[in-house]
Design a protein around this ligand. Structure first.
Ligand SMILES: C[S@@+](CC[C@H](N)C(=O)[O-])C[C@H]1O[C@@H](n2cnc3c(N)ncnc32)[C@H](O)[C@@H]1O
Length: 212
């Protein structure tokens, strides 16, 4: 298996492409409202106690965490391999410096069950298929109760050229991947954020609860 730290995908996000992406990812008020609406729907589907700690894996500048701040007082954690994006997260007060973690999904620097909820949004799609099993293992390991997955869906695995680059975007049934791999996951809800009405980018989402 490829060394996760050296994958071409990770160098891509740590380097110039990742730095330039930060400017493109800056959310307008309208986009932020759309994220809040999506997360309100997801949080409404939780059973039992709401999470008191939430980790976004691959947060970039934290558009999801910013939306979540309007809905919950949970402690926020962000794992992000791009140093400039981590700086924005801290400078803007999205997460405290101690919770802005350098790293990658396949090696999350947190203990087992360290957060009540862990999620990705538009991140598993950028991880090479060789690294996917290790990445979702890690997300499952650090999430005590809930896992949320918000990604592009395809019923069969496929690579889609991304901004002129091959091997940087891979779609599949990510919800099915979680359910097939982890028998302790219960599907609480799933949905589709249709671009035409939400302004979000045709995102499919799944909410799972760990039930040993
Ligand atoms: C398309 S952006 C999505 C950002 C954010 N989740 C959102 O929804 O706005 C992908 C982010 O994942 C990060 N990333 C790429 N590969 C990663 C990996 N293997 N582990 C964790 N994060 C990764 C990138 O640096 C980038 O910030």
């Amino acid at each position: 298996m490829t060394d996760p730290v050296k994958t071409a995908q990770l160098q891509f996000w740590r380097g110039n492409f990742g730095n330039d992406y930060i400017g493109r990812n800056s959310a307008s008020d309208e986009q932020l409202r759309a994220r809040v609406a999506l997360w309100a729907k997801i949080m409404d589907s939780l059973t039992g106690a709401p999470p008191s700690s939430i980790l976004e894996v691959g947060s970039n500048i934290g558009n999801n965490l910013r939306a979540l701040h309007t809905l919950t007082g949970a402690e926020m954690f962000a794992l992000e391999p791009n140093a400039e994006a981590r700086k924005v997260l801290v400078d803007d007060g999205v997460v405290p410096a101690k919770n802005a973690l350098d790293g990658l999904a396949a090696a999350i620097p947190l203990a087992d069950g360290a957060v009540d909820m862990a999620f990705t949004s538009g991140v598993l799609i950028h991880i090479h298929p060789d690294q996917l099993p290790a990445s979702i293992e890690e997300i499952h390991r650090v999430a005590r109760r809930y896992i949320v997955c918000i990604e592009y869906f395809s019923d069969k695995p496929e690579m889609i050229p991304y901004r002129g680059h091959d091997d940087r975007l891979f779609k599949r049934d990510f919800g099915g991947l979680y359910l097939d791999r982890f028998p302790d996951l219960q599907l609480l809800d799933y949905g589709f954020a249709w671009k035409r009405v939400t302004g979000l980018d045709n995102l499919t989402w799944w909410l799972f609860e760990k039930r040993p």
